[in-house]
Ligand binder design. Structure first.
Ligand SMILES: [Zn+2]
Ligand SMILES: [Zn+2]
Length: 406
């Protein structure tokens, strides 16, 4: 049986519910060459099944690279018309010419809810600058929101004028989302009106600056992260650990290892490998964990610590995080959505709700954002984190802090 027949056989099974079919298709594709990318693309170019097109595009979204194959699949989905919304998953890899084609399709339908609007929404996440020239022809609020990322000074000035006129904080939130030096300067200019309150600090950090440091709130460049086999990258995911880890303060379940970034493999000038943990139990009311990891010694702040469960892994075994440069270096403005936001290293947080950065318990400095990990599908199954886990780091004190949003 060739790969196409096998994919169709799984998809046609009447014994399997949708999510199970998807799981089987992912697992099967992972056994093929190049993580099943050629087979998935081949089937995407011929299928008429909306669900199968979506599953295959979801699989391609979890694999780094392969821009030419992904472009071929996206072009076929565009031709097909009815399946076009699945192409949204492929946007980060598409060349400008292909993306312009989708934008033209959207504008010419005149229907803001047409299937191609999904693709536009994702173009807003990854390539907002392509939408800005036609902004006045896009009525969708969430797509318009995405265009704040890297907004020109004239638009930031307009938002500042609106704030001055009505003192509605909404306009400053929108201004912060521009994430440009001009926006940061504007926010520093209104500091006295807020008395340096947490509300102002949240706005400044959202814009990409820190209140007490000349360092940016995040690290450049930003990368998209893809969970892969252990050997694929020096950045470790879900590694079984020994020694102490944070314990859930409600049920005492040991936290699991989430992510260790290799400092020397990143251009961030970090002096130690940041390690982040997250709780494995899923108890309600667990919001953050702050940890200092030194060789042979772990210090947990604000909560209990105890021996790790050496058999636990969030990803069914030790994995790694493959990084690929993020197409949007200004910072994604579209809000995060649990299970749909994938993973990121560097750049600025894609918050579900804009939130303040944690402070380092050792030096009291505001911590820089370093990564987020989503409770998302991986080629190895679901990474069950319960929400999006945002990872912060103080390099001077080698302290990591994670906080979750749902
Ligand atoms: Zn618990
Ligand atoms: Zn510190």
């Amino acid at each position: 049986m060739n790969s196409s027949e096998e994919i169709r056989r799984i998809n046609a099974s009447s014994r399997l519910a949708g999510p199970k079919k998807r799981e089987r298709i992912f697992a099967y594709l992972c056994t093929l060459e190049d993580h099943g990318v050629p087979a998935a693309v081949e089937e995407l170019t011929v299928t008429d099944s909306r669900y199968l097109a979506e599953y295959l595009a979801q699989h391609l979204e979890l694999v780094a690279g392969h821009p030419a194959e992904k472009t071929r699949a996206a072009e076929a989905l565009r031709e097909h018309g009815e399946l076009v919304s699945a192409a949204a998953r492929l946007v980060p890899w598409l060349p400008e010419k292909t993306l312009q084609g989708f934008i033209e399709d959207y504008l010419s339908t005149g229907d803001p809810d047409a299937p191609v609007s999904n693709v536009l929404y994702t173009i807003g996440i990854y390539r907002p600058e392509l939408l800005r020239p036609v902004a006045d022809r896009i009525p969708d609020d969430s797509i318009r929101q995405s265009m704040l990322s890297g907004a020109p000074a004239s638009e930031v000035q307009h938002l500042l004028d609106q704030w001055e006129a009505g003192k509605d904080p909404y306009h400053l939130v929108q201004l912060a989302f521009a994430r440009t030096p001009f926006a940061q300067e504007a926010l520093r200019g209104v500091r006295d009106e807020f008395g340096g309150s947490p509300e102002w600090e949240t706005l400044l950090e959202l814009s990409g600056a820190l209140p007490d440091s000349p360092l940016p709130a995040g690290c450049a460049p930003a990368y998209m992260g893809f969970v892969a086999e252990r050997s694929a990258s020096p950045h470790q995911v879900a590694r079984p650990v020994s020694g102490d880890v944070p314990l859930c303060h409600l049920c005492e379940t040991p936290a699991g290892h989430l992510l260790t970034l290799s400092a020397e493999e990143l251009p961030y000038g970090l002096t130690a490998d940041p390690t982040f943990y997250w709780y494995a139990c899923g108890c309600d009311g667990i919001e953050s964990t702050t940890v200092r990891t030194e060789p042979g010694r772990t210090t947990v702040y604000y909560g209990p610590q105890g021996p790790a469960d050496p058999d636990f892994s969030f990803a069914g075994g030790e994995r790694s995080l493959v990084l690929e440069t993020h197409p949007n270096q200004a910072g994604v403005t579209t809000r995060g959505v649990t299970e749909q936001s994938l993973h990121q290293v560097g750049g600025l947080p894609r918050w579900i709700r804009p939130d303040i950065h944690p402070r380092c318990p050792e030096c009291s400095g505001v911590m820089r954002f370093l990564a987020f990990m989503d409770s998302a599908r991986t080629p190895f199954g679901q990474l069950s984190l319960g929400g999006i886990v945002y990872c912060f780091w103080c390099d001077d004190c080698r302290v990591s802090s994670t906080k979750i949003q749902y």
